[in-house]
Write a protein that binds this ligand. Structure first.
Ligand code: GLN
Length: 483
């Protein structure tokens, strides 16, 4: 039986079960994934690197374990793709930036080693907006990713490659990072599931930092269940990241499929106002109707500070980015500009040649908001508004179990459409950045299509560490929309 014919083989659980029982080899699953990559990659540009040889060795190691009666783990033989801002030992890690050309990390990020320990087989490193700054993947220093659902459109960003591989079927699951929406927004644009866990739920060790207080690592999958199975292996306290939380990890499958009758679902008026595409509105409202039919109580709520989310995010994120990116000076990592009479000149030339326009824009903005005389007016003010925004959610969650919103104001836009207008690009994250500022979990699930056939995403938000509720509600909508 080949991977393509096997029943249910396309899912994380299906592949792992078939590989663990010896019904199918990890090698053959990998081969069919690599065949698809070979068919599609030239048109889509999802990957910065395809690590076929290493993947074969990993798959064979999984098969050997099965052959000797040992269990390779709950993700046995599952081909996964890793965003190229996650460190991978001995495999170039670029953040889609010229400045990191040729840099080889000496260790694996914690999520990478955890997935490997669970038997997953990494197939390659996915393309992203440079240093995860962007909403369309067009800021990649190498090549924009094309949306597999409509190749004239962007896949979203910054984890566009990781979302697109799921839509294209070149990997079964993938990992992304989300600082202001970079998992949920591309999931919505590509019609897949993407989950940003609670801040601290998944270790960030080995994730190359963009804005440390907002950065999260999370999974993509074709279904809510696949995403839950990935999170299960990624979550948990880890001493190498002191912000990773010492909170027990529940079984994420337990609540999937549980009835949602009686749950209170908050619908915030601020997320359904001006600027929301009418087709997105009606698709998400139809999803909410399904929850109502299943017995949920739909509760109108207000999150009044959401209107300050974008400016708050772009002050905090750029401030942290300007500090995190100071380390790329041509001395310790990646490329160094050749000429330069003084040390300062070498720094300047390296950074000028190595960083793209958007990264430079963010470093300048971040340096400005942190500078003496402006710190109080911008950075400190933004931190205060961030607190107010988070208390909006605290209040809401005393009345509701989960909150449902559109993931994005519009479906995927055309390549090139917003490249000359950074502010318009920033608005693509208007519904997602609030969860990063508050640190709460959020997931995007497919919720219908536009008339043109473009995927639309529904976002589900939960209390801190209440991923089980987010998954339960997400699964209920997924189930109802499929049926
Ligand atoms: N699009 C947002 C930005 O450009 C969010 C990016 C992200 O989540 N990494 O900053």
């Amino acid at each position: 039986m080949t991977a393509r014919q096997a029943p249910g083989i396309g899912s994380v659980a299906g592949i792992a079960a078939a590989v663990r029982s010896g019904e199918i080899s990890a090698r053959s699953v990998l081969q069919s994934s690599l065949e698809r990559v070979a068919d599609l990659e030239a048109d889509l540009h999802c990957f910065n690197a395809i690590t076929a040889e290493k993947a074969m060795a990993d798959a064979d190691a999984v098969d050997r374990l099965v052959g000797s009666g040992l269990d390779p783990g709950p993700l046995a033989g599952v081909p996964v793709a890793l965003k190229d801002n996650l460190c991978t030992e001995g495999i170039p890690t670029t953040c889609s930036s010229r400045i990191l050309a040729g840099w080889m990390p000496p260790y694996d990020a914690t999520v990478v080693s955890r997935l490997r320990c669970a038997g997953a087989v990494p197939v390659g490193k996915t393309n992203l907006d440079e240093f995860a700054m962007g909403s369309s993947n067009e800021n990649s220093g190498f090549h924009p990713v094309h949306n597999p659902r409509d190749r004239s459109r962007v896949p979203g960003g910054s984890s566009g490659g990781s979302a697109a591989v799921i839509a294209a079927g070149t990997a079964v699951a993938s990992i992304g990072s989300d600082t202001g929406g970079s998992i949920r927004q591309p999931a919505a644009f590509c019609g897949v599931v993407g989950l940003k866990p609670t801040y601290g739920r998944v270790s960030r060790y080995g994730l190359i930092a963009f804005a440390s207080s907002l950065d999260h690592v999370g999974p993509f999958g074709k279904s809510v269940k696949d995403t839950a199975l990935m999170l299960q292996q990624m979550a948990g306290r880890e001493p190498l990241d002191s912000t990773s939380a010492d909170v027990p990890v529940p079984n994420y499958l337990d609540q999937i499929g549980q009835p949602v009758r009686g749950l209170r679902i908050g619908v915030p008026e601020e997320y359904f106002g001006e600027g929301l595409d009418p087709e997105v509105r009606s698709a998400v409202e139809a999803g909410i109707q399904e929850l109502a039919k299943a017995g949920c109580e739909i509760v109108p709520i207000s999150l009044p500070y959401s209107k300050y989310a974008i400016p708050t995010y772009y002050v905090v994120a750029t401030a942290e980015a300007s500090s995190n990116l100071a380390r790329y000076d041509g001395v310790r990592y990646g490329v160094r500009a050749r000429e330069g009479k003084t040390l300062a000149e070498m720094y300047r030339r390296t950074r000028d040649a190595g960083f793209g326009a958007e990264v430079k824009r963010r470093i300048m903005l971040g340096t400005y908001v942190l500078s003496a005389g402006y710190y109080d007016a911008y950075y400190l003010k933004a931190q205060r508004v961030r607190r107010l925004l988070a208390s909006d959610f605290d209040r809401a969650f005393t009345k509701v179990d989960a909150i449902v919103t559109p993931t994005t104001p519009t479906p995927a836009f055309k390549l090139g459409e917003k490249m000359d207008d950074p502010l318009a690009m920033y608005l693509a994250d208007i519904f997602t950045v609030t969860a990063n500022l508050a640190g709460i979990p959020g997931m995007s699930i497919p919720c219908g299509k536009s008339r043109e056939g473009l995927p639309i995403g529904m976002q589900i938000l939960g209390k801190h560490f209440d991923e089980p509720m987010v998954l339960r509600v997400g699964h209920a909508v997924e189930h109802a929309m499929a049926g």
